[in-house]
Design a protein around this ligand. Structure first.
Ligand SMILES: Cc1cc2nc3c(=O)[nH]c(=O)nc-3n(C[C@H](O)[C@H](O)[C@H](O)COP(=O)(O)O)c2cc1C
Ligand code: SF4
Length: 433
């Protein structure tokens, strides 16, 4: 069993309350941090090598160090929008150990010299938002939030803001617009939020899991934390495993273990008698891998090297009972629905992809349509304002590349089914294209 830093006490009854969290050593890391200078806290974060757990994998300490100094209001925003299909780790952390997140936010805000913080939580997480509201009130009453925290001179206000259910509001600049009361459309970058974020002020945005890891780093020390995992992917990671596995759930692993150990060892592998057809290593926007890739180490760089990505750390397993066309259709329809419509390649490309996949299913497509889908995906990738377009194009292109014979067979079978009885070829086959 990997070292457990985030999920260690997760099923302790009442952990969401301040009393139980404190009994488990909660807020000791904050006391330790406040006894240090901001620069010393930042040095620990940098030494930890902690990479963001929300998708892009950017080093957290570096992000804090990018914030400009001087007499300007700085903000901290916690991204709890968690809408990537297959991802449910932040939900468990927020619901069961909200004070770990709050403690991480107060420490990170201290390092970032921010005195105002926001948690942007997805609208569907009603229970989790209620839990957070109660925890924030408790932390405030105990002096862990508000003015002059624990007599340190550091002050922080923390507001929980509920979103309205749009995937695009998880993208950091769409989130900032939404938080400002506007429609959640991504902004052109640069400027990056570290320079011009919320209300045009320097803003540190991090994912729930990233911030919830900060107390553990302060307790252990950055260098000690960096000994966990592998050199460029330090520490532990909470992985959400779902789909065709016997024991779906959240598992905390040390980065760099073989993916097979997660899918088979922890999650029990596919149901009896079934084999893995493909798996998404980092949410539905990650290019799919196959059973041949199960020994790839589960870390940022190894998964990138294998042609995919760690993304939000959500493994979705698909077994051989599911047609790959159904998987592609689900993915493409989701991103078509969630596209904000601002850029043409994403707005039109996601729609075209769904239309072409439907043509395959109706028996109206020819193998050339698969080349057109690949070409549409190529035209989306790298040509949009944010990576939502890529998030559809990358997995779809990977499915077409890796499962072309299955898609062609699906196309042919659908074509034959669609023919009027008199025109159907005797014994199947032929009549295609
Ligand atoms: C379309 C889209 C949706 C995203 N959704 C989320 C999300 O729900 N939660 C999240 O933490 N990051 C999400 N991200 C990544 C954020 O833009 C950002 O990189 C992240 O919040 C930074 O935090 P981190 O450095 O701690 O990972 C999304 C990105 C895109 C392009
Ligand atoms: S890529 Fe899609 S979701 Fe992102 S800004 Fe463009 S249209 Fe909107």
């Amino acid at each position: 069993m990997s070292q457990q830093l985030l999920l260690q006490d997760i099923d302790e009854p009442g952990l969401h309350t301040l009393a139980v969290y404190e009994r488990r050593g909660g807020y000791e890391a904050l006391r330790k941090a406040l006894a240090m200078t901001r620069q010393e806290v930042l040095s620990e974060l940098e030494a930890s090598g902690l990479r963001g757990r929300g998708g892009a994998g950017f080093q957290m300490g570096k992000k804090v160090s990018f914030l400009p100094h001087g007499a300007i209001e700085r903000y901290l925003v916690c991204n709890a929008d968690e809408s990537e299909p297959g991802t449910f780790k932040d939900r468990e952390l927020v619901q069961k150990t909200p004070h770990m997140l709050i403690e991480g936010i107060v420490i990170a805000a201290y390092a970032a010299e921010a005195s105002r913080a926001f948690i942007y939580i997805r609208g569907e997480y009603v229970l989790q938002a209620d839990v957070l509201d109660s925890a924030v009130a408790e932390a405030h009453a105990a002096g862990y939030l508000g003015e002059d925290i624990l007599g340190s001179g550091h002050s922080l206000s923390l507001v929980v803001h509920r979103g309205a259910g749009a995937y695009i509001c998880g993208e950091e600049t769409g989130l900032l617009d939404s938080l400002e009361g506007k429609r959640g459309n991504p902004r052109l970058k640069p400027p990056f939020p570290a320079n011009q974020g919320l209300y045009q002020g320097p803003t540190l945005i991090n994912n729930v899991e990233t911030l919830a890891t900060v107390p553990a780093i302060m307790r252990m020390g950055g260098a000690e934390y960096a000994k966990l995992g592998v050199e460029t992917s330090t520490g532990t990671k909470v992985v959400s495993v779902s789909g065709h596995v016997q024991r779906p759930g959240n598992y905390e692993i040390e980065l760099g273990i073989p993916s097979r150990e997660i899918i088979y060892g922890l999650a029990g592998g596919p149901p009896e008698g079934r084999a893995i057809k493909c798996w998404f290593p980092g949410g539905s926007s990650a290019p799919v891998l196959t059973a041949e890739d199960l020994d790839v180490p589960y870390d940022f760089d190894s998964l990138a090297h294998a042609g995919s990505m760690l993304g939000s750390g959500a493994i979705i397993v698909v077994d051989d009972s599911t047609p790959i066309l159904d998987v592609a259709m689900k993915v493409a329809k989701f991103y078509r629905h969630e596209s904000c419509g601002k850029c043409t390649p994403c707005r039109e490309g996601t729609n075209w992809t769904v239309t072409m996949l439907e043509r395959i299913d109706r028996g109206e497509a020819t193998p050339m349509d698969l080349d057109i889908i690949t070409s549409v995906c190529d035209h989306i990738i790298g040509n949009c304002l944010c990576v939502l377009g890529d998030a559809m194009a990358m997995p779809i292109a990977s499915m077409v590349a890796k499962f072309r014979p299955e898609l062609e067979a699906h196309m042919q079978a659908a074509h034959e089914r669609a023919l009027p009885p008199a025109a159907a070829p005797a014994g199947g086959g032929g009549g295609f294209a």
